[in-house]
Each structure stands twice: as C-alpha cells, then as structure tokens.
Design a binder for this molecule. Structure first.
Ligand code: NOJ
Length: 554
C-alpha cells in the first residue's frame, strides 16, 4: 500500500456502531427506533462517520435484544417498519453513510419458524437444521458443556425427546451448518439485505458455526462441573470452508465489506481470515478485550494486567495485518463495559481518558469502529442491585459468581465492572428529562451524569471529548499518512505511554498517549522535526506528557 488512493471506501472510513434500542426514540415508547437513527444522521455525518453498524433489528422476542432472530426478513415492530429501514438506507447513502447489517447466523430464536418445525420430530423438513442429540444413558445432557451465558449448553425438548445445543441462551438454538439447505437459507438472507444497498455486514459469533466431529465431555473448570463450550467448539478445522462458500455466495462482486466477530482467533491466524485469500475483509478478534477481562471471560475471577500487556496484543494485531488484510480498531462495543473504565488502571477524569483512547483509535492503522456514546466519554453506570440489569449474560454471570461462593455484594461488584448493560444505557443527547433519548421512561436507566455529559453540552465546549473526536476524525479523513501509512510501535516497554508512528513516503506522524495519571517524560528525538498537530489537554511540549494527555505530532 503506497498511498490512500489504493484503499477501498471502507478502509478510508470511520465506522460507528448503533445499538438501536438505546440510540434515539421517535415513538415515545422508551426504546429506540430505526427512524431515530435517520433523525440523527446529521450528528453521525458531523462525526465523520461513513458506515453505521446497526445491531440486529429483525423480528425477535428480544431475549438477547435482537440476537435471537425470529424472522430475518422482517423488522421488529418495536423498531419500526421495513419502509423505515429502506428510508434509513437511502437517506444514509445520500450523505455518504452506508448501513451495515448484523447477521446472526450461528443460531436463531427458538421462535424462528425453522426451529418451531425442527423441534416437532426427527423426521420433519427442518429436523436436521439444528444440533440435536440423544440424552446420555442416565438421561443427562449429551456433554458437560457450559453455554457462554452460563448453565448447560443443552436444553431438553420433550416434544422431540432429544436435547438441542445452544452456545448462548437456551432460547438461541444453534443452527446446523453441515446442512447445505441451512447454508443456502442463510446466504439468501444476506443477499436480500445486500440487494437493498447496505454497505456491508457484521457477522455474529462466527467462531461457533462449525461443530467438532465428536461431542465429548471436557474437564470441569468451575464449581458447576461444566466445561466451556468455547473450548469445546470454537474455530474448528473446516470452518473456513463454510466461510469461503459464504463469501462466494454473498460478497464476491459487490462493493461491500464483511467484518466477522471471531472470538478466539489469534493474531497469528489473522492472515487466513482477512488476508488476500481470506474469508472476511475485517475481523473483530478480542485479544485486547481479554487483557482486563481475562480469556475465560468469567467476570468474578479478576485478572491483573499492565499497560504493556495491552500494548503487546494491540501491536500483534497490527503486525499481523501490516501487509495482508486490514484491521478494525475498537475499544468498545455493546458487549463491553465502557472503555474509560476498562482500559485504565488509574483514577482520573473520564473526559481525559476518553480523549486518550480517541487519539489512539483515530490515528492508528485500520478502520476505527466507534460505539455510541464512546465519543462523549461515558463511564460505567451505577447499579443498585442485580434486579436492575436487563442483560441475560449479566444475570448468568451473577448466578455463576454465586456458585463460586461470592457474596451478593462481590457478585454485584463484578457485574457492575463488566456488565454489557454499561454500554446499553440510553444515548445522552441533552440535559432534558431522559437525556433527550425518549419522552417515555427508558428501558434502562440513564446515567447519573447525563445532565453534564451529553451531546448538546459537549458541542458547546471546545475541550470536550466530542469535539476532540470530531477534530481527530476530520484530521484522519484528510491525512493520507493516517489512512494508509505503515504503523510501528514506539516505547514498547513503557508502562505509562502507548506510542506509535505512522509513515507514508516522506510523511511521518507520531501519537503519544499517556495512560497514567502522572506526568511522564520521553525521548524528544521521537518527535524531532515534527510539530504538535493536536494535544488533548492543549499543552504539548516535546519530551513531556501531562497526566492522561495524548498528543499527535506531524
Ligand atoms: C455476540 C453479540 O455481540 C452479543 O451481543 C450476543 O449476545 C451474542 N453474540 C449472541 O448472539
């Protein structure tokens, strides 16, 4: 790659994830709508966004907020209508903003007509569309696998006299990708949406579509006697064959991108997934998310980490996609706690922390994916009791913590730290009631800080995270070295500063981000011949960074 002219539109854009239920409500119902996204296109445009990933808004009983799809060809009435979705796609395109649909293809809702049929008998038309197994001789589940949301990954179906596998909640039965009819049905769905003119797809939980040839118990790793389904089934040999088929049926010949969600793919394997011969254009792998949370993603088992641990995995992902493939940079999504809490080991103002992360995200190599509210510098919410959480996974993690012997307070503290609901509280538009999100009572409580931390207030404040993100987004979109330049880590051993340079021809830019709440010094030679382009705290002296300060030199 020699200049930004060689890049595709999606390599040069900034992507933004919308969790529609919490974005903007135009129906006075307490939950967000598709029309609410259309109403906020100006806001997204001002942020430099060119692609909007919308989490699932298909017809769904909403056990997992849309990740349990009952009908892939229909919009859930709580979000609006198909006409409103078409309108959003069209109005977005007029502004150069393309919609990215979320394809949930590892599983469906138990209410999907395919499963409703499948569960009836082992001889009907859909009998083989899901993963059915007989009970063990004693009547217990076929294996001791623990679902990702906790408890057995198997559910007994009286009607059919068999168990079915669910990697996630029991209302999310896994599809059987071995069956070519299943694959065809899924590819048809993707083509239906591609034909509508969307800009691409985010493909959910792709890690789990291929099951192992033999199903067997694994060694228990918790007091519940279960073994993680992830360890038993993730990224099985042969998975890429299915995905090549997917790519040929949907992606080839279209000007769209596909980003896979593939927990458990190592940086060293990225080439097979997103390289020239890969199956996706981009891959969300979670190695950096595992630094503060731990690979097992068990919230009540705290891990210790240093900044160099985070830097090492970020650098590994960059290096793995340096010449082959492309990287989606992200610090937040709807499954993570807020990044201002997640990626700092020190106290300090959330706004300063948000600007440090924004500097990294918007100047690194790859396509930045922002998550709604990240640009405002949210922290985690305050949760008074487990009953306040909506998220199915949070309740499962709470119950698991209790089986591990934690007190109610300790289990709540673990959930407060890591719950996905921290990312799902309503978007804070202004200081009016319900943060301007809805005129009705929101489905999740708004943050305590909404009166001061909101879009309207930050638009008036030049030093706010929102204005910083807007400035850096514009800088990125207009600076070839930030789009196409090579990436090299600097100061690898520093436990305070994350630093890297970008180079393209004679152009060079350096980002220095102080993740500590102390002033730090560095070798001024790193920025010799360069000038400060942007400084998060407005200071920028060569060789010195203030506490939680980020400076971009160029
Ligand atoms: C990953 C999604 O991001 C998450 O929200 C969902 O719960 C699971 N996959 C199951 O679909």
């Amino acid at each position: 790659m020699t200049n930004s002219g060689d890049l595709t539109w999606w390599q040069k854009t900034i992507a933004y994830e919308v969790y529609p239920k919490s974005f903007y409500d135009t129906a006075a119902q307490g939950t967000g709508t598709i029309a609410g996204i259309t109403a906020k296109l100006d806001y997204l445009q001002a942020l430099g966004v060119g692609a909007v990933w919308i989490t699932p808004c298909y017809k769904s009983p909403m056990v997992d907020n849309g990740y349990d799809v009952a009908d892939y060809y229909a919009i859930d009435p709580s979000f609006g209508t198909m006409e409103q979705m078409d309108e959003l796609i069209a109005r977005g395109r007029e502004r150069g903003i393309r919609m990215v649909m979320d394809l949930v293809f590892n599983h469906t809702s138990e209410q999907c007509s395919w499963f409703v049929e499948s569960r009836k008998s082992s001889s009907n038309e859909y009998a083989d569309w899901y993963i059915w197994r007989d009970a063990k001789e004693d009547g217990s589940a076929p294996t001791n696998w623990r679902s990702i949301f906790g408890g057995s990954a198997w559910e007994w179906c009286e009607e059919r006299g068999q168990y079915y596998l669910h990697t996630f909640a029991k209302q999310q039965p896994d599809l059987n990708w071995e069956n070519p009819e299943v694959r065809k049905a899924l590819f048809d769905i993707a083509n239906f949406w591609a034909d509508k003119g969307v800009g691409g797809f985010r493909i959910d939980a792709i890690t789990y579509i291929k099951k192992p040839p033999v199903f067997e118990d694994g060694p228990a790793d918790g007091e519940d006697g279960l073994y993680p389904v992830h360890a038993a089934t993730a990224n099985q040999p042969g998975i890429l064959d299915y995905l090549h088929e997917f790519k040929a049926a949907v992606r080839d010949g279209r000007d769209i991108f596909m980003v896979g969600e593939a927990n458990g793919v190592a940086a060293s394997e990225l080439g097979q997934w997103v390289g020239d011969d890969g199956v996706f254009d981009l891959l969300f792998e979670f190695s950096h998310m595992h630094v503060p949370m731990g690979e097992a993603e068990i919230w009540c088992r705290p891990v210790t980490w240093e900044l160099t641990d985070l830097k090492r995995v970020l650098a590994a992902s960059q290096e793995a996609t340096a010449t082959n493939g492309w990287y989606p940079a992200f610090f937040e999504n709807h499954d993570q706690p807020r990044s201002t809490v997640n990626f700092f080991r020190c106290d300090g103002p959330l706004a300063a922390k948000a600007k440090v992360l924004g500097a990294v995200l918007l100047t690194t190599r790859g396509t930045p994916f922002l998550y709604q509210g990240e640009e405002l510098g949210y922290g985690n919410a305050t949760w008074k009791g487990v009953g306040e959480f909506d998220d199915v996974q949070t309740h499962a993690q709470y119950d698991f913590a209790k089986t591990e012997g934690l007190s109610d307070e300790a289990a709540l503290a673990a959930c407060t730290r890591f719950s996905r609901d921290n990312a799902r509280t309503p978007m804070q538009w202004d200081a009016s009631e319900n943060a301007g999100f809805s005129t009705a009572r929101p489905w999740l409580p708004v943050h305590d800080d909404y009166a001061t931390c909101n879009v309207a207030a930050q638009e008036q404040n030049d030093g706010s995270p929102l204005q910083w993100y807007r400035r850096l987004a514009s800088l990125r979109l207009n600076t070839p070295v930030l789009l196409a330049g090579a990436w090299r880590e600097l100061m690898e051993d520093s436990e305070q500063v994350l630093a890297f340079e970008r180079t393209l021809g004679d152009d060079r830019m350096v980002t220095l981000a102080n993740f500590s709440n102390e002033p730090v010094t560095y070798d001024p030679e790193l920025v010799a011949g360069l000038s400060p382009i942007a400084a998060s705290e407005g200071i920028a002296a060569p060789g010195r960074l203030g506490p939680l300060e980020a400076v971009i030199w160029g």
